[in-house]
Design a protein around this ligand. Structure first.
Ligand SMILES: Nc1ncnc2c1ncn2[C@@H]1O[C@H](COP(=O)(O)OP(=O)(O)OP(=O)(O)O)[C@@H](O)[C@H]1O
Ligand SMILES: [Mg+2]
Length: 494
């Protein structure tokens, strides 16, 4: 009796297992179909064309009943059953079905690889055993791969970033790949991004160690790439753009760039526009550095630079040379660095208190970016976003060296780099894409602490105070006039 019961229970269990299996297969089938729809390879035009033509071919064959002829190509004993199947397909009502099955097959074909990849990362996630308070496992939503890294998007509600970070070693072991970064993409902590590097780049590079690579005069270190330390100089690339969303490392890169230039150069003058008022004060103690915190003063100085550029070109004409050489011509290279340049170049209404100054600055920077390269006057812009409202397109076109930190949207990345590379960067401070001409390199920019910056500036003080430096000043009366203009209506603007 007991034996009979256990046999019936066994068969019940088997039936349950069988149905569970069927459901799993069913879900897997739809998941693969979904992946097939999403796969980039399927979206390629040639694949559309290929699938379309296969479907068209099948339809025409069936419509003209030519598919019967296909039977002749089969082995003899398969011809009869095949003819039967084909005669069923020949029914027009089933034509749609056969078309659909071709599409489904091609989707399955395209989606299978991506489904397998998702399963692989899902397994690795399951292995590290992270569960929310409600017992839910994190679910891999998509896997995106490029030549440098794999980005895994995970739906993970109720599991903090810190818990993932504490399990990084397990995750690395489970995957056999280096985990570069783990961070939530939204404020509600629902979608987590895990970035896995195919080749791991250092996530911290010390300024004092890497600056020794900047050997040429008027040069600086852009950052450490997988191969080597990348350096650049003002002679080869006269103007630069640093962009990236907040916290990426723009200001640190801006400072290390300016410091590098000061350390490797003999005749150089820096004019730093810092409208945030606090970031660049360390540099102000040097005799050849001027920190400007006011838009009016900045715009008037820019007018002065345009005049200086014209003077320098006149001189070049007289001596029959094409480019300023600081040593030969006894003229300093002038570097104008503008942090948060949208404060100066953004669009404002006519009644804005800085309208006049900003229009003047735009005009001058436009002219300088187009013409100043050979006159030894250089521009470095730092900004969060690059669009018409933050920086003029004409100015943008003349900035050849571009350093883009992680961008929040693909559009912003495309605006700076003409591709999505900075959108796909891991969220590591100081990680950026360096674009020079048509070359793109991922770099880790050097980090310098405030204390170290101060120490190095002390050394520079000795170096530059030996020489007499005359810095360009905005005409005082003009600045005062404009200020008076601003306040004449009772200072309601400020
Ligand atoms: N190269 C780097 N290496 C390591 N950490 C860095 C690096 N650059 C920046 N950081 C870290 O990131 C923080 C933010 O950097 P930074 O102020 O330069 O960002 P930002 O892009 O200028 O931000 P915002 O747009 O808000 O001004 C720094 O305080 C520092 O801790
Ligand atoms: Mg900043």
């Amino acid at each position: 009796m007991a034996n009979a019961k256990s046999t019936s229970e066994n068969s019940k269990d088997n039936a349950n297992r069988f149905f569970d299996g069927l459901i799993k297969i069913f879900f897997a089938f739809f998941k693969i179909l979904k992946e097939g729809l999403k796969t980039k390879c399927y979206k390629r035009h040639e694949n559309y064309a290929l699938t379309g033509s296969v479907v068209l071919w099948a339809c025409v064959m069936i419509y003209q009943n030519k598919h019967f002829k296909l039977v002749d190509y089969l082995p003899y004993d398969m011809q009869l059953p095949a003819a039967k199947i084909i005669s069923v397909i020949g029914d027009y009502r089933l034509m749609g079905l056969s078309t659909l099955s071709i599409i489904v097959c091609s989707l399955l074909f395209a989606g299978f690889a991506s489904y397998k990849l998702i399963q692989k990362y899902q397994k690795a996630l399951d292995n590290i055993n992270l569960k929310s308070g409600l017992g839910d496992n994190p679910k891999v939503v998509s896997v995106d791969k490029d030549s440098n890294r794999t980005r895994i998007l995970v739906k993970s509600i109720g599991i903090g970033e810190e818990r993932y970070k504490s399990k990084l070693d397990d995750f690395r072991a489970s995957l056999g790949q280096q985990v570069e970064s783990v961070n939530y993409l939204d404020k509600d902590n629902r979608f987590l991004e895990i970035s896995l590097a195919h080749h791991l780049l250092a996530s911290n590079v010390n300024y004092s160690e890497i600056i020794t690579n900047a050997k040429k005069p008027y040069s600086f270190v852009v950052g450490q790439s997988l191969k080597n330390a990348i350096t650049e100089n003002l002679e080869d690339v006269p103007h630069y753009l640093i962009a990236g969303s907040t916290g990426g490392g723009k200001s640190v890169a801006f400072k290390s760039m300016l410091l590098g230039l000061l350390e490797t150069s003999k005749r150089i003058q820096l004019y730093i526009f810092d409208f945030k008022q606090v970031e660049m004060n360390e540099f102000a103690v040097l005799p050849n550095v001027k920190v400007i915190k006011n838009e009016h003063e900045a715009s008037m100085l820019l007018e002065g630079f345009v005049k200086e550029m014209d003077k320098r070109y006149q001189k070049l004409e007289e001596i029959g040379e094409k480019k300023i050489n600081p040593d030969r011509d006894k003229l300093p290279r002038i570097v104008v660095g503008i942090d948060e340049c949208s404060d100066l170049l953004g669009k404002v209404k006519k009644d804005h208190p800085n309208f006049k100054a900003m229009e003047r600055a735009k005009r001058c920077l436009n002219e300088l970016s187009r013409k100043a390269r050979a006159s030894g006057i250089h521009l470095i812009f730092a900004t969060q976003k690059v669009d018409m409202n933050s920086i003029d397109t004409q100015i943008q076109e003349n900035l050849e060296g571009r350093l883009s930190f992680r961008m929040n949207t693909i559009e912003n990345s495309v605006r700076v780099l003409q591709n999505n590379k900075s959108y796909y960067l891991p969220s590591i401070p100081g990680r950026a894409i360096w674009k020079k001409g048509a070359n793109y390199t991922e770099v880790q920019c050097p980090f310098i602490s405030d204390d170290e910056l101060k120490k190095r500036i002390e050394v520079l003080k000795d170096k530059f105070s030996k020489e007499k430096v005359t810095m360009l000043e905005p005409p005082k009366e003009k600045v005062e006039d404009e200020k008076a203009d601003l306040y004449k209506d009772g200072g309601k603007h400020k």
